[in-house]
Design a protein around this ligand. Structure first.
Ligand code: UD1
Length: 442
C-alpha cells in the first residue's frame, strides 16, 4: 500500500509524564548510510555495508540503486552491494522526489559512466533545497550539465572519458554538494580541492568509506578536502557511524522527562554542540567511556540556539530542542539559519499549550509549566520526533499523525522508547488495534 494511504491509517498514542530509565541502542546514521550507498556506485566490486538502520529512506535508496542495475541484498543491518553492471538507466522522478538524497547518485554515476541523467528532486517540506552547488562543482570538473524536462543531464565534455580535478570553492558548506563533488573527484583525473567544504561527521564517514575502497582523500572533517583521483576502486567491508541525530533525540527524551538514560553506541564528539546546549539548559551529560553517554536530569532553564553547519548546532536537532525549551523556565530564542521553512512544528507545539512566537526564521519560546496532550500532525522528519518528545512530557494523551515522516528517519523509535518505559503505542486507526507495522517505502 502506498505510504500516503498508510499515513492516514497509523498514529502514535503517547501517555505522557511516565519516567524513562535504562539504556538505548543507537542505530547507524541515516544520512551517512544514504551517502555511502550512493558512494558504492563508484566501485565495480562487492561492497558490504554494516550497521544500516532500518528505515523507509534506506529502502527507497535501495530501490534507486536497484533501478540503476545494482545487485543489492539486505540481511538484517548488513547490505551487500555490487555495482559492476550499472547501465545508463536512471532512477524515476517518483523515487527521487520521495528521497532527496537519491540525487546524490549523480556524482558517482557521472564519474563511473561519463554520462548520466538524474531527475531534479524539487522542493521538500523544509524548503526549496536547490542543487546549484552540486551542479557547479561538476561543471568545474569538466562536466557539461544541462537541465532538460525536469532532469539534470550531465556528461564529461569533449573526448575525455574522465572528469578533471579542479579547485572548487563552495559558496555555502553544503553537505550534499561536498558529498557529490567528493565522490565524483574520487575517480577524476588529477587533484580536486574543495574549499569551504562541509565538515559534518557524515562527510568523514563517506571519505573513510571511499578510502577503504582505495580512494585518496585528505582533510575530510576540515573546511578543505583534497582528493587525488584514482582509476578504480576495490571491494570493501565498512560499518556506518552511529546516528548523532537519533542520539541527540534520546538525550532530549531524558531531559524532557526528567529521566536518567544511557545511550550506546555514540561518538560523543559528534554531539558536542547538542551536549553543550543541553548542559546550558540544565541537564548534565556524562561520557561513560568512548562510546557511551548518560543524561542526568535537572531543572530546565532557557537558552538561545542558532542552527549552523557543523560544528555548529545542527538544524536536524532544532525541533527537538524547541520541544524541550517549551518547558524550560524563562525565554529562549531559536534562529533557524540553514533552511528557510523549518519552523512548521511551532503550530503543533502551540496546540499542546506551548508559548511560541515566530518572526521569519526566528522563534521566541517562553517556557510554560506544562504541556497538555493533544492530537498533532508531524510536518517533517525531525518535527515528528519533536512532537513525540513533547508527548512524552505532556499531561494526558498525545496523538501524533503523519508517521510517514517519522518512519523515514527513526529506526523503531517507539519500540526503543517503550523499552525505556514510555507509554507509547502505534495504532491502526481503522481497526483501533495496536500495530507494529511501519510505513513501507513501496
Ligand atoms: C543534509 C542532510 C540533512 C541536514 C542538512 C544540513 C542528508 C541526506 N541530509 O542535507 O538532514 O538537515 O544536510 O545539515 O545528508 N543549498 C544550496 N544549493 C545547493 C545545496 C544546498 O543553496 O546546491 C542550501 C540548502 O538549500 C540549505 C543549505 O544549503 O539551505 C544546506 O543544505 P545542505 O547542507 O546541502 O543539506 P543537504 O545535503 O540537502
Amino acid at each position: 500500500m502506498a505510504a500516503h494511504c498508510e499515513e492516514q491509517q497509523t498514529i502514535l498514542e503517547i501517555w505522557g509524564q511516565t519516567p524513562l530509565k535504562g539504556e538505548v541502542i543507537i542505530s547507524g546514521a541515516k544520512n551517512s548510510a544514504l551517502a555511502l550507498m550512493a558512494g558504492s556506485l563508484l566501485c565495480p566490486e562487492d561492497c558490504r555495508l554494516r550497521n544500516l538502520p532500518s528505515l523507509v529512506d534506506i529502502n527507497r535508496m535501495t530501490q534507486v540503486l536497484g533501478a540503476l542495475g545494482v545487485k543489492i541484498e539486505r540481511n538484517g543491518d548488513i547490505l551487500d552491494i555490487n555495482a559492476q553492471n550499472i547501465g545508463k538507466s536512471q532512477p524515476s522522478y517518483e523515487l527521487v522526489s520521495q528521497l532527496r538524497a537519491s540525487f546524490f547518485v549523480i556524482g558517482p554515476l557521472l564519474a563511473r559512466l561519463g554520462e548520466t541523467r538524474v531527475p531534479l528532486p524539487g522542493g521538500c517540506a523544509i524548503g526549496a533545497r536547490p542543487v546549484d552547488l552540486h551542479v557547479r562543482g561538476l561543471q568545474a570538473m569538466g562536466a557539461d550539465v544541462r537541465i532538460e524536462h525536469g532532469e539534470v543531464h550531465a556528461c564529461v565534455k569533449g573526448n575525455r572519458k574522465r572528469l578533471q580535478g579542479a579547485k572548487i570553492y563552495l559558496d555555502y558548506p553544503s553537505v550534499g554538494a561536498t558529498e557529490t563533488i567528493m565522490m565524483a573527484a574520487t575517480l577524476a583525473e588529477g587533484e580536486t580541492i574543495i574549499e569551504n567544504a562541509a565538515q559534518e561527521p557524515e562527510i568523514i564517514d563517506l571519505a573513510d568509506f571511499c578510502c577503504s575502497m582505495g580512494a585518496k582523500i585528505q582533510g575530510a572533517g576540515t573546511n578543505t578536502i583534497t582528493i587525488s583521483g584514482v582509476e578504480r576502486l576495490h571491494t570493501t567491508d565498512y560499518s556506518v557511524i552511529p546516528d548523532r541525530i537519533e542520539a541527540g533525540t534520546f538525550l532530549v527524551a531524558g531531559a524532557i522527562t526528567q529521566s536518567e538514560i544511557s545511550l550506546f553506541p555514540v561518538v560523543p564528539e559528534h554531539l558536542a554542540s547538542a551536549i553543550a546546549k543541553l548542559q546550558a539548559i540544565g541537564p548534565k551529560v556524562v561520557i561513560d567511556g568512548p562510546n557511551r553517554l548518560r543524561v542526568i536530569p535537572a531543572p530546565l532553564g532557557g537558552t538561545d540556539i542558532e542552527t549552523l553547519p557543523f560544528p555548529g548546532f545542527p538544524t536536524d536537532m532544532q525541533a527537538q530542542f524547541m520541544a524541550l525549551l517549551t518547558l524550560s523556565e524563562g525565554n529562549s530564542v531559536i534562529s533557524e539559519t540553514v533552511f528557510e521553512n523549518r519552523l512548521r512544528h511551532v503550530a503543533e507545539l502551540q496546540r499542546m499549550g506551548a508559548d511560541i512566537r515566530v518572526k521569519g526564521n526566528i522563534a521566541l519560546v517562553r517556557g510554560v509549566p506544562f504541556l497538555s496532550g493533544a492530537p498533532v500532525m508531524a510536518t517533517d522528519l525531525r518535527a515528528s520526533a519533536a512532537l513525540v518528545l513533547a508527548g512524552l512530557a505532556a499531561q494526558g494523551k498525545t496523538i501524533v499523525q503523519g508517521l510517514h515522516h517519522l518512519d523515514r528517519g527513526y529506526d523503531n523509535l517507539e519500540e526503543k522508547l517503550r523499552k525505556l518505559g514510555a507509554n507509547i503505542r502505534r495504532v491502526n486507526v481503522l481497526s483501533g488495534e495496536e500495530t507494529k507495522e511501519y510505513i513501507s517505502a513501496s
